[in-house]
Design a protein around this ligand. Structure first.
Ligand SMILES: [Zn+2]
Length: 471
């Protein structure tokens, strides 16, 4: 019989309320910095649960913070609630079917992410009150994780200056303490300014901004062979210069997303991309300006917190799914290839089990890193304070983030079970940090050692402000 942690029952006591919150956010999918209704739902829940609420965090209308408790250490629990474009999907259906004209959907499970984090914070609050223990818990409702880097702005604004440790999680297809590896990245918009002209009548008078964008991309393609293996550069046309081929395009904008394993490597890659932009402008006779759209740092691993969370996760065990959960997971899995399924295991350096519908164990912490990682603005919080995050199974083995299958499973009973499980892992880790005074000290010591080697430098320039109310 497992040794029950007293804080688990505080999560269970309000389980239905928080599953309801996750479902409401699922039903109002909103894009980065446009999360009006989702943030309002979280703000209302903070008020209902008796938190002291501060809105407009870091000047961002869809960021909110709720604090409870007094004295003692300050534990931050981070939530998110933004959705993605192009991933609208009927929940509970194992085939693609869009439900909304705008096409937005919770294809990264952030409806669960935010609600579980708020559930964990509420459990810590209720436990502190019931036990009369000194300590403060802060829930941060963080918008715009998907490309908007809100947490980077929140760190820059000093929101974590008096926080001792930060805890978060991400939904997915397996149970593990996150290995805390991600890529630093930045999104920079390069706008080329040329000269319009009749493309047939007087082409010699025109200077094409669209040509400049294409030349820039060719330059970056030639750079790829000479970048570090883990670095990445992707692009999107923000403005192709119009729809008339017979007008020489006078203005065009391309967004370059540059990723690197660390901040230092990122800076050197940014310089090379800027040089390429200048070269493209020179070749095409245009001028180029640039604007940093967003940037995030790589994650910093904190060993004492990883070990503490692993102990709590091992004590709790894997999410307990039933036969109905497995049946739906198997329907979803019919849409996956063997490679999709193998990917879940590859991330954990495990041999694939192609017959497993839902993950049934907690991965060990001492696993081999197998690569294949994205970026998250949790990275910047991890430079500000010791940070740890869990990955908890909420969907079928093989489900990729940012897929219609992820959205399809976002309101399923398995998703609700996974999110409450995540809340327990986070709440138990917070409790351990409050009860075991040495843990925060060890976490801070490890953090200070990392920072001494490589100090933090906010990757967003001071003049760049967060977008407001836009997608
Ligand atoms: Zn996500």
């Amino acid at each position: 019989m497992r040794n029950d942690n007293p804080i688990w029952s505080y999560v269970d006591a309000k389980g239905e309320e928080f599953c309801g919150l996750a479902d409401r956010v699922f039903d109002t999918p909103e894009l980065a910095y446009g999360e009006k209704e989702s943030c309002a739902a979280h703000t209302q829940m903070l008020r209902d649960q008796g938190f002291r609420v501060t809105q407009n965090i870091a000047g961002i209308p869809t960021a909110v913070m709720g604090e409870a408790g007094s004295g003692g250490p300050v534990i931050a629990i981070l939530g998110e609630y933004d959705a993605l474009p192009g991933l609208s999907q009927e929940p509970g259906l194992a085939e693609p079917k869009q439900i909304a004209d705008h096409g937005f959907g919770h294809g990264c499970g952030h409806n669960l992410l935010g609600s579980a984090a708020l559930s964990a914070a509420t459990a810590v609050k209720d436990w502190l009150e019931a036990e009369g223990i000194e300590g403060r818990v802060r829930y941060f409702g963080c918008p715009a994780e998907e490309g908007g880097a809100a947490k980077t702005y929140m760190v820059r604004d000093g929101q974590f200056d008096d926080v001792d440790i930060a805890i978060t999680w991400h939904p997915g297809s397996f149970n593990a303490v996150d290995d805390m590896r991600s890529l630093a990245n930045t999104r920079i918009d390069f706008t080329f300014h040329g000269k319009a002209a009749h493309a047939a009548g007087a082409p010699e008078l025109g200077r094409s901004a669209l040509d400049s964008v294409e030349l820039m991309n060719i330059g970056i393609n030639y750079m790829r062979e000479h970048m570090p293996d883990a670095a990445r550069v992707h692009y999107a046309y923000i403005d192709a210069g119009g729809i008339a081929p017979n007008v020489v395009q006078s203005k065009a904008t391309v967004r370059q997303l540059i990723r690197s394993p660390d901040l230092v490597g990122l800076q050197s890659l940014i310089k090379r991309v800027r040089d390429i932009a200048d070269g493209a402008a020179l070749m095409s006779g245009t001028k180029v300006t640039s604007q940093v759209f967003s940037a995030v740092s790589n994650l910093v691993r904190n060993e004492p917190l990883c070990l503490a969370m692993q102990a709590e996760f091992d004590a709790l065990g894997p999410v307990e799914f039933d036969a109905e959960d497995a049946a739906f997971a198997n329907e979803i899995r019919k849409t996956f290839s063997r490679e999709d399924i193998a990917d879940t295991f590859k991330r954990l350096a495990m041999k694939p089990d192609y017959d497993l519908p839902l993950f049934d164990r907690v991965a060990p912490l001492d696993r081999v890193f197998m690569g294949g990682t994205g970026s998250t603005d949790v990275g910047d919080v991890s430079w500000a304070v010791p940070t740890v995050q869990a990955r908890v199974a909420t969907c079928a083995v093989g489900t990729a983030l940012h897929s219609w299958q992820q959205t399809a499973q976002g309101k399923a009973p398995a998703a609700h079970k996974g999110m409450l499980h995540a809340a327990k892992v986070m709440a138990a880790t917070a409790r351990a940090a409050i009860v075991d005074k040495a843990l925060i000290a060890e976490a801070k010591k490890a953090h200070a050692e990392t920072m001494a080697e490589s100090p933090y430098c906010c990757p967003i320039p001071p003049e760049t402000m967060p977008p407001r109310g836009t997608a």
